[in-house]
Design a protein around this ligand. Structure first.
Ligand SMILES: [Zn+2]
Length: 150
């Protein structure tokens, strides 16, 4: 049986710049050239006015956690830490919380929650979304607590 790789490696799309932006450490939304509607994840065609041209806009990364869940068998890709694997398996069996962050502009960003102690994740808590490049060169998004200001 052959398993196909449905990853973000597709480059023949108008929104390929999104994945390239992640690899550069940028979190990008699409902004419709006609009506200004922001979309995240970016969309090549505007669902509001059906315009087909857009520009890239970097997002502010702070937001509030809307919801979350915990995955115990991490996907092979898009997981930030796959170092602890079970014997005879390339999958991770540790808790990997994933959450949905609502940014200040109302857009929602999904990402892996990292650095928040077990049992301390709460809906409404402030987190920051950051792109991260994995060991295999693919990019993902990580949600972490904001560094405390001194
Ligand atoms: Zn539009």
């Amino acid at each position: 049986m052959e398993f196909r790789d449905f990853s973000l490696l597709a480059t023949d799309t108008k929104v390929a710049e999104f994945a390239e932006g992640l690899a550069r450490g940028e979190l990008l939304a699409s902004k419709c050239s006609s009506c200004g509607e922001l979309q995240y994840p970016p969309r090549s065609d505007c669902p509001k006015c059906y315009g087909d041209t857009f520009e890239w806009v970097p997002l502010s990364r702070s937001g509030a956690l809307v919801t979350y869940t915990t995955i115990y068998v991490a996907p092979e890709h898009f997981a930030p830490d796959l170092s602890k694997t079970a014997p005879f398996s390339r999958y991770s069996y540790k808790p990997l919380p994933v959450g949905l962050l609502e940014l200040e502009n109302g857009l929602r960003v999904m990402g892996w929650i990292r650095g928040v102690p077990d049992g301390s994740i709460q809906v409404g808590m402030k987190l920051v979304a950051s792109p991260e490049v994995l060991d295999d060169g693919r990019a993902t998004v990580v949600l972490e607590e904001e560094a405390e200001e001194k």
